[in-house]
Every structure is written in structure tokens, then in C-alpha cells.
Write a new protein. Structure first.
Length: 405
């Protein structure tokens, strides 16, 4: 009898399951942590319904490994500044990311899973990663695939990969009503923080998406807007980072008056504020303040560096807090992104959604758009949502528009 794992027969999806992604392929990842050692168990489900399970060995210092990986990715920008042209620097960055992606796969994915990903590569469009594991940058994971031109590294991100957090609602239909679309793209007072392409992003949000700017663009007003729970789209374009605050690392958005030489709590929005500003209302409606309709599940786009990561050990993070609070989709960035690529990416993403593509299709197209320009930032984007979700921009009635943002 052979001892290698076999594919299970196709099975009908279980209604209501958090892993029911329809016909989309699913990579489910479960983590068991005992005495600080992490053991991962995987299940790959193909569109036909066939499934196969895999397990890895225990890893004693996963957090340290991944912290080093992120540091190395960030360091690439400095390493390749000596390249003679921007295009050469971006090509070098992409090549190094491919190497990191292959190493990441070798270190965390069982050999049989890597073999199956290669063999079924053409069937993985819209891949959903359903996981209890919160740290690994799955978009960066790469396997060598020979699609006719010889083997070359292919990233999971190329497949329109989305993330599915196990404690979220993940609606399949999202609605962006006119009058319920908000954006904040700070006009930084400190000229050293200004982003030339951010003006194009503002114009697109105002003219094409008919979104309203959050004024004043400070932390308290952003929190107030979230507490109303009437927003269908919240878009932030600007600077983001991770800060050590009260002994805990927290992600933050940098607002218009931010100045690193003269920091102030009023000039940043910390992820840990979401526990108060965007907690899901209780079933009994006991939470104070207004609440949106039961099916209000906004899209949140955080087009800023390093704020798309999930909660690493001891880190307050935007994505899990927003999903837990009721957001239907959260788009963010895993590491540093370039200004021009950031604007091009979100414009392409929104354009695809307006063309009635699924979020997975829109994500893949936006990644391909930026990569096709020779820009390495395409791989930084991560999206937490149902892969088959679609967005309706045009269902609001005239009297649904609010008088004031």
C-alpha cells in the first residue's frame, strides 16, 4: 500500500462553512502552537472539490524568522538604490523577492504541497487562503512552474490570492452607496512627507468614485466617521508605519500634520483605536452610538506602507480589527510601496470592480498592471475578503445621499 497522501474525492461544499468559497480553490492553513513551537497543517481544495491534506514539522522560532524576512524585504530598497536606473532597481528587487518566496515555500510548505501547487497551477485562479495562522506573507510564497518557457518562480499573489480570516463574515455582495463613500488622502504639511501622486489619487476618488473627503482629516474625525457605521467605502492614501507604543508594536496611519521630529497623538491614527471606534455592535444593540444596517459591510482600502499585515505577536493590526468589526473587505500593504505604484494599483483595482469583476479578479488585474510597468510594489498588496465577492456602485437612490460627509 502506498504511504503518500492521496486526493480525496470531490465533495459538495458544506453550507455556511467558513471555507465554502464556491468554485474557488482554497488553501486552508491551521496552526497549532505548543510551548512556543508552531506546527502547520494544510489542506488544498481544487475547484473540482478534490482535497488533500499535509502537515509540517514544528518550528520553534517562527516569529523571529518572519521578523527577519520582513526586515530583509525592507532592506532591499536600500540595497538596490545603487542600481543605475529605476527599472534596473525594480528588476533586482523582483528577483530578490522571488528568491525569498522560494525559500519561504521551502521552509513552511511540505514538499508534497509544493509539488501539487506546481502541478495544478493553471487551476488556482482566485486562490483563497483560509487561515488561523496570522503571520506568514502568503502572497510572497513562490513555487517554480514550467508553463512552456522553462521553470520560473510564480507567486501565489499572481493567482488573485485573497485572505479569509476565520472570524469574519466575508459577504459575497458588497454595496458602495453614493453619499456613503469616504476618503482621506492627507496633504502633508511637512514637505518631506508629501507624495506627488497622491493628488491623482484624490482626483480619482472625487471625480470617478464620487467619494467625499473626510474634513478635518484628523484622528478624532476619522474615529467619528467609523463610529457612525454608515460608511460603505473608507479609503486612506498616504503614509503608514509600525510604531513601538507603550511596549507594544502598533500599526498607524500618518495624518496631515504628522512630523517625526515633533510627534503628536493627534497626528496619527493607531490601529488599537479600532477596539473603540469600530467594535461590532452587540446583537441586543447595547453598544452606544448609531449603528449601520445589519448588512453594512464596508470596503476599507489602506493604501499605505506596512499596514496590511495581520496581527503578528504583540502587534495591534488594522486588518483583523476591521474584519472583526464588520468590514467586508480590507486591502492593505505588507511592506513599503512606491508612490506612483500605489496610485496606479488602486485606480486599476477600482476600475476592475466597476467593471463587475470579482474582487479576486480585480486584485489579480491590479497586481498585473503594476508589475507590467516594471514596478516591484505589486507584490506588497494583500486583500482580506471573500474571493468571489462583487461590488455594486450604482444601487443607491437619490435620497440615499447624505447632506454632509
Amino acid at each position: 500500500m502506498p504511504t503518500s497522501p492521496r486526493w480525496s474525492p470531490a465533495q459538495p461544499p458544506s453550507s455556511g462553512s467558513t471555507r465554502d468559497c464556491g468554485t474557488c480553490p482554497v488553501l486552508a492553513v491551521d496552526e497549532d502552537v505548543v510551548a512556543g513551537e508552531s506546527t502547520l497543517t494544510f489542506e488544498l481544495k481544487l475547484p473540482s472539490g478534490q482535497r488533500r491534506s499535509y502537515a509540517t514539522r514544528a518550528r520553534p522560532d517562527k516569529a523571529g524568522y518572519l521578523a527577519s524576512l520582513y526586515d530583509n524585504v525592507e532592506a532591499l530598497w536600500v540595497r538596490h538604490e545603487v542600481q543605475p536606473t529605476v527599472a534596473a532597481r525594480r528588476r533586482a528587487f523582483d528577483a530578490d523577492l522571488a528568491q525569498y518566496g522560494l525559500e519561504l515555500a521551502a521552509d513552511f510548505l511540505p514538499g508534497a504541497l509544493r509539488t501539487d501547487l506546481r502541478a495544478n497551477w493553471s487551476r488556482l485562479d482566485g486562490l483563497a487562503v483560509v487561515t488561523t495562522e496570522s503571520d506568514i506573507p502568503w502572497e510572497l510564497v513562490a513555487v517554480e512552474v514550467d508553463d512552456g518557457g522553462g521553470p520560473r518562480p510564480r507567486f501565489l499573489a499572481e493567482k488573485g490570492m485573497t485572505r479569509w480570516l476565520c472570524d469574519g463574515a466575508h459577504p459575497i455582495a458588497l454595496t458602495l452607496r453614493r453619499g456613503h463613500r469616504r476618503f482621506l488622502c492627507p496633504n502633508y504639511r511637512n514637505t518631506g512627507y508629501r507624495l506627488p501622486h497622491l493628488e491623482l489619487e484624490r482626483d480619482f476618488l472625487t471625480d470617478i468614485l464620487e467619494a467625499d473627503e473626510i474634513i478635518p482629516g484628523n484622528a478624532d474625525e476619522l474615529g467619528r466617521q467609523l463610529r457612525t457605521r454608515t460608511i460603505d467605502l473608507l479609503h486612506f492614501g498616504g503614509h503608514g508605519d509600525v510604531e513601538l507604543r507603550d511596549g507594544i508594536l502598533t500599526q498607524r496611519l500618518l495624518l496631515a500634520d504628522f512630523d517625526d521630529n515633533n510627534p503628536s497623538e493627534a497626528t496619527v491614527y493607531h490601529a488599537d483605536r479600532l477596539a473603540e471606534d469600530y467594535a461590532r455592535p452587540s446583537a441586543a444593540g447595547s453598544q452606544s452610538g448609531p449603528s449601520g444596517p445589519p448588512d453594512s459591510c464596508p470596503i476599507v482600502v489602506l493604501n499605505a506602507c506596512s499596514v496590511g499585515r495581520n496581527a503578528r505577536t504583540g502587534v495591534e493590526a488594522f486588518a483583523p480589527a476591521l474584519i472583526a468589526g464588520g468590514a467586508g473587505a480590507v486591502l492593505g500593504c505588507l511592506w513599503r510601496i512606491e508612490d506612483d505604484a500605489a496610485t496606479d494599483f488602486v485606480r486599476a483595482f477600482y476600475a476592475e470592480l466597476r467593471g463587475h469583476r470579482t474582487v479576486a479578479q480585480a486584485l489579480a488585474a491590479a497586481r498585473a498592471t503594476v508589475r507590467g510597468q516594471g514596478n516591484a510594489s505589486w507584490l506588497a498588496y494583500t486583500l482580506y475578503t471573500h474571493p468571489l465577492a462583487t461590488v455594486d456602485f450604482d444601487t443607491s437612490a437619490a435620497d440615499d445621499r447624505e447632506d454632509e460627509p
